[in-house]
Structure formats: C-alpha cells, structure tokens
Design a protein around this ligand. Structure first.
Ligand code: FES
Length: 319
C-alpha cells in the first residue's frame, strides 16, 4: 500500500548528504515503524528508491531519511536532492528487513558512510530501552559525517565512536579488534554501508567466532545504483510453457517477462529487497543483487530478474 507525503523539511547534513523530513500530506499520523525499517520513495519521473528511516521509531509525525548524492547517479539520488520543501511524493508503508534482535545482550552497530541511517534509528531504540550497545561510524573525512549535530545532542553520544579514513591510525576502524573486544554471549552485529565494507565487517565477525544468527546487514541501494556495465544479451526459457525469450542489452529479464504477460511481484527493482526472487532450474545467473548471501549466489538456483543477468547463454526459470 502506498501513501502521499509532503517534504516538510530538507537540510544538508554533510557533504553530499541531504536529510528530508516526510510528513503525511493530510496532516494525519503516519503508520508506525520499527528501527531498521525502510520506505520506497517514488520520485517524480518514475524512479523508485529505497531509503532507511533514521528518526526515533516512537515518532509518528514524520519519517526522516538521509540521501547521499551518488556520483554518476542516473536520477535516483540526484532527483531526491532536487526536491524542494512542500513537494508531495508517493511512498510505500515502512518495511523492515533489518530488525533488531530481541535476545541481544549487547549490540555492535557499524555504519559505513550513509549506512548510518538505519543504525541511527536502532541507536535511538536501544538507548530508549536501556540496552547495551556501541555505534561505530566510519567515514572518509569529518565533512562526510552526517547527522553529527543530532548525535551530539542525543542521549547515546557516549556510545558513538567515530572512525575517519583521513584521521590518525589509532582511530581507524579495525573490524577484527572491535569485534573481538565486543564478543560476548548474545552479542549481535548490525552493519550497513557499501557492499565491500559490509563484506569486510562480516568476514571479521566470522573470524572472531560470531555465528550467522548474530550477524545482520543491510546494503543500501545507492551502492548498486549505476553499476551496470557490459550487459550482454541472453535468453530465458519459461519451464512451464517452454517459451524462449530474448533479453537484450538494454532490457531486464523482469521487463521482458512482463512484456510477455509473466508478472513477477517487485518492489525495489534494484536487487535490494528480494521480492522478485525467481528459481533457476538451468544456467548460471550473473548475480547483481545485494539481497542473497554469497552462499546463495554460489548455489545459482535463484536470481533477481529485476537486475541480475546471465553468465550462460540461457537461463531456465521455474515459472
Ligand atoms: Fe527488489 Fe528485485 S524487486 S530485488
């Protein structure tokens, strides 16, 4: 279900990062959300982008989001930065694929760049509940640190540890040592940021002995925006009918299937949400999503037709 909201406020909160407060267009309360939730934002002109809600989940009058202007953006983040106060937008209801665990005894929140947004909401939630946590915020430089005023004024400021790439070596983020020190019974790790950063933190956590059930991650959409290069055509066969369809360089498997009357549920259309996940019976997908784990990618028995393609000339889909 979608709803109409209005941009009530916009503010530059770091270099290339704009924060927006979205309120209900008719002045009513917004549906509640939990820490780690995101919304789909339908931008004027068509693109749909997902953004984490970063304010305190007890607030019902606004959804705050932070948007990094991605270099070379094809319209998503640049379109967002152009929005003026008073603009109305269609958004989805909040959804949460990045929930806080109820049985955590301690939580280690790790943000890379704009990945701070869902973790801010988590920090508010954990601080309010009196739960034990620490928030590590990594950025290239102090100019890139978003929401600092808010964090300085928060009740959890003493739990925030900053790590700057251009700072001295002693304060740089060393995932192995942070996660070894924090490791204890039911310590959960939450990480959000660019793909490489997430992989680095998860690898360090596994090496430090954390089990998979303690690891939580959220890739942000801008990490995969505008990265498609050298797309080759391939064919898909619909197993139930035997029909073979051609996917051209400028098309997605999803759009070709839709053109031929095969409707697959979608949401983000960027490989983030997993809504379009489709079983693969034969062939080797070229995975471009941020939803499946490395193990799931390696199994090659499912793919996200909204963004993923094929390494083999033909993919047979369980449709
Ligand atoms: Fe979200 Fe495909 S629609 S991953």
């Amino acid at each position: 279900m979608n709803m109409i909201v209005k941009v009530a406020a916009r503010q530059l909160v770091a270099e290339d990062v704009c924060a927006f407060d979205l309120v209900s267009a008719d002045g009513s309360r917004l549906p509640s959300f939990t820490a780690g939730s995101h919304i789909d934002v339908h931008l004027p002109g068509g693109p749909v982008r997902q953004y984490s809600i970063c304010n305190d989940p007890t607030e019902t009058h606004r959804y705050s989001i932070g948007v990094l202007k991605a270099p070379g953006s094809r319209g998503g983040s640049v379109g967002m930065h152009r929005l003026k106060e008073g603009t109305t937008l269609t958004i989805s209801l909040p959804r949460n694929h990045f929930q806080l665990s109820r049985d955590a005894k301690h939580s280690v929140l790790v943000a890379g760049g704009i990945g701070i947004t869902p973790l801010l909401s988590m920090a508010e939630s954990l601080a309010r509940a009196g739960d034990s946590f620490e928030l590590h915020y990594c950025a290239r430089s102090s100019a890139k640190l978003a929401f600092m005023e808010r964090m300085k004024a928060s009740s959890f400021v003493s739990r925030v540890i900053l790590h700057l790439d251009d700072g001295d070596a002693a304060q740089r983020f060393d995932a192995a040592s942070v996660l070894s020190v924090a490791n204890g019974p039911a310590t959960h790790v939450y990480v959000c940021g660019p793909g490489g950063f997430i992989d680095y933190v998860l690898a360090a956590a596994r090496a430090a002995g954390y089990g998979e059930e303690l690891l939580h991650r959220e890739y942000f959409a801008s990490a995969i925006e505008d990265t498609h290069a050298e797309d080759r055509p391939f064919q898909i066969r619909i197993a139930s009918s035997g029909e073979v369809l051609q996917v051209g360089t400028e098309e997605t498997a999803l759009s070709v299937l839709a053109k031929h009357g095969v409707d697959i549920p979608t949401s983000c259309e960027q490989g983030v949400c997993g809504t379009c996940l489709t079983r693969v019976l034969e062939g080797r997908p070229l995975h471009r999503d941020m939803f499946l784990t490395d193990e799931e990618h390696a199994a090659n028995d499912q793919f996200t037709p909204c963004c993923s393609r094929s390494c083999s000339p033909l993919l047979v889909l369980d449709l």
